[in-house]
Design a protein around this ligand. Sequence first.
Ligand code: CIR
Length: 253
Amino acid sequence: MFTYAIVRKPSESMLDGITEANLGLPNYVLALAQHQDYILALQQCGLKVIQLEPLAEYPDACFVEDVALITPKCAILTHPGAATRKGEVMYIAAALDKFFPSTGKIEAPGTLEAGDIMMVGKHYYIGLSQRTNAQGAKQLIDILERHGLSGSIVEMSGLLHLKTGLSYLENNHMLTFGDMYSHPDFSHFNRIKIETEEAYAANSVWINDTVLVPKGFPKALSAIKNLGYKIREIDMSEFQKLDGGLSCLSLRF
Ligand code: CIR
């Protein structure tokens, strides 16, 4: 169960965010409205939402999930692989200080973005991507093991982050897109296959028995409903234009 979420309001500079989506520039006013609805959805799941101020100098700073990993035992600051995102970390550190007496940290030459990390109970799967390298993953595994948790490295390709193609919905259920469906690391889960045209919905988020699902993906929606979850749809169109999925807009703990 989660109690809190941390989000960061998008800055107008989000128009300069990193993207390979080819969906055009986001509309800032619409993005703010979608972000407000995202916050409302978190609150409807029972979470207390901590809202951080926009950071104009960091266009991707609203994607807070990437700059820290919060576990029930510890918080870990990441070291983003994207050069323009490295500076976001000290700002999230300031916010986490209030909740966590000490935090671990990923250091160069390790890189890691927490969009590449999927939690399954006490185990953390870490995808190797353009943003997360093996040194970063190994550093994280060391920190996790010091806290009685575990981690393992997932080889993958063609995804921005591990959770771009994968979401754990608890109760052994997992959404999988593309190669992730047949990936041997996940063969023991009940894998739900997300179709190519609905790939974006592979990043959905379980929060206290509700699943937040991006709006506009009917097959994924009904597959998740069939698992017995309550559903809350959120229009994410303006964040999708920046390759941002549902999970990356919050840190949940
Ligand atoms: C980036 O490329 O870093 C941002 N435009 C999107 C980050 C999305 N993060 C995530 O899926 N965890």
